[in-house]
Write a protein that binds this ligand. Structure first.
Ligand SMILES: [Zn+2]
Length: 133
């Protein structure tokens, strides 16, 4: 078999193989295009999911921020009331394992803060006395 004959397209056997290879290549090319098309669709869906998750995360962070602000405010009020009553601000005398008061921190346990007492407690006492008369 000569070299020119081996690669000749006039040779029916070579032509058949070339056609087969060409057909196979086109089929592979079509499959690749279909895979790329599907991956683009998946990619688009994933990008939409990422955007939705980003929006959700932004809302969650905002909610967490609000919860933290409310907790902060509750802690401030807790400490003020505790000072107004002279109680332990950690357990109010209800926890024997409290490292601050060992369960003895009920009202009157420590000196009161008069400003907070007049602000938060006295109005209630006056109201209570007014109702009881
Ligand atoms: Zn305590």
């Amino acid at each position: 078999m000569s070299k020119s004959r081996k690669y000749s397209t006039k040779d029916p056997e070579v032509k058949s193989k070339n056609d087969f290879i060409s057909s196979d290549f086109e089929m592979q090319n079509d499959i690749s295009k279909e895979i790329i098309r599907r991956l683009r669709i998946q990619n688009k869906k994933l990008l939409h999911q990422i955007e939705a998750l980003k929006a959700k995360l932004k809302i969650e962070c905002s909610n967490t921020d609000q919860v933290n602000k409310r907790l902060s405010y509750a802690m401030v009020v807790n400490n003020r009331l505790s000072e107004a009553l002279g109680s332990c601000n950690k357990c109010w005398g209800e926890d024997h394992n409290c490292t601050s008061c060992y369960g003895k921190g009920a009202s009157g346990w420590r000196p009161i803060n008069k400003r907070f007492f007049y602000l938060y407690i006295l109005p209630s006492i006056e109201n209570f006395n007014g109702d009881s008369k």
